[in-house]
Design a protein around this ligand. Sequence first.
Ligand code: GLU
Length: 444
Amino acid sequence: MPALGEFMAGLVKRNPNEPEFHQAVHEVARDVLPYMAAHPEYLDAQILERMTEPDRIIVFRVVWEDDKRNVRVNRGYRIQFNQAIGPYKGGLRFDPSVNLSVLKFLGFEQTFKNSLTGLPMGSGKGGSNFNPKGKSESEIMRFCQSYMTELHRHIGQYTDVPAGDIGVGGREIGYLFGQYKRITNEFAGVLTGKGLDFGGSEIRTEATGYGCVYFAQHMLAHVGDSLDGKRCLVSGSGNVAQYAARKLVELGAKVLTLSDRSGFIHDPEGLTSDKLDEIADYKTRQRKSLSDYAQESGCSFIPQHRPWAIESDAAFPCATQNEIYPEDAKTLLANGCKIVCEGANMPTVAEAAEILEQSDILYGPAKAANAGGVAVSGLEMSQNSMRYSLSRKGIDDELSKIMIGIHERCVEYGAGSNGVDYVKGANIAGFTKVAGAMLAYGVI
Ligand code: GLU
């Protein structure tokens, strides 16, 4: 068995200047290499080396005109990571922070996450360094059309099915799907997160946030506890954070915070559903910041900080990668926080994750806890193939069952004398299915 250090040295050499990708691989290799030692068939087949090398990376120029007729140039990407267990599947992120390292980390994580859902989905990720903030409706549309004009030749319902992520919501998926249809003259389930009027699924918008809270419920139930009355810190205020907060309130928990790039709002009494409606209107419809909301509503606002120092029982990081640092992890523990459940992808930096793993806290890693979003995307694909739509309740029940299944798989591979190691459980359970398929295909 190659030692972790040796394996990582090779990976870093082959993929220089990609710290986020190194971080994501390290976290998986640490658990999977010892597991492989007991299963030499994976070692002989170089499965982990193959899994860390994407099937292909597509990089392209995206040119569009802004409202003043200036020509603008962005970079577009689609990483088709692994197709062993189904078509490439994963979101598109439009954000200035997008680069190859970020998309490779996300695509790699997606391999394990999609496998954990139990649905037949391979992994991919894409997007652009385009910044949607401050752009007009027609600029967004022209950008999406230009992006899809290149992307369309690489995707398809049996090949690669993108969806949304940060900066890509229902509006963008509408423009992207419209352009795909216009170019190909084909109405196919080639994107998920579509509007309900044109092939979208019930609960897709809510799924990542709801699924994350369902996962937290199962982790707590496993140790005889529940969310009832828990004081929760939620970071982020996009789609994932909003629906995680709503579900928490519905289940009797208290949501103390939400955050965005401007800072965080703090409501010691707990945000009510009415307040969450107001915030959704600010963030999603008016596209304003939480500092604007705080100014107009008079609620307490702490600029330029994340919420982790507030005393709490549970933390739901739902913003973006690397937002919990070691000092935050220590503060959460010192304040008696019992559970950290990740709604965003890789929100905890490596050293902070180690601190959490070595403590008694329940730590639900993103690839398990936030898999509800892509799971309902998988259900959207099935519904499109059947030319049929399931009811809201039907999809919510399926989502619930899928999150139970993910929890069971984590317990199966992660249970030990000190309780369940959810990181290890998610890594190994996600790995075995993909690795099994790759072995079956031989040397390809
Ligand atoms: N972007 C989401 C994720 O990180 C959803 C992907 C999808 O639905 O394909 O899993």
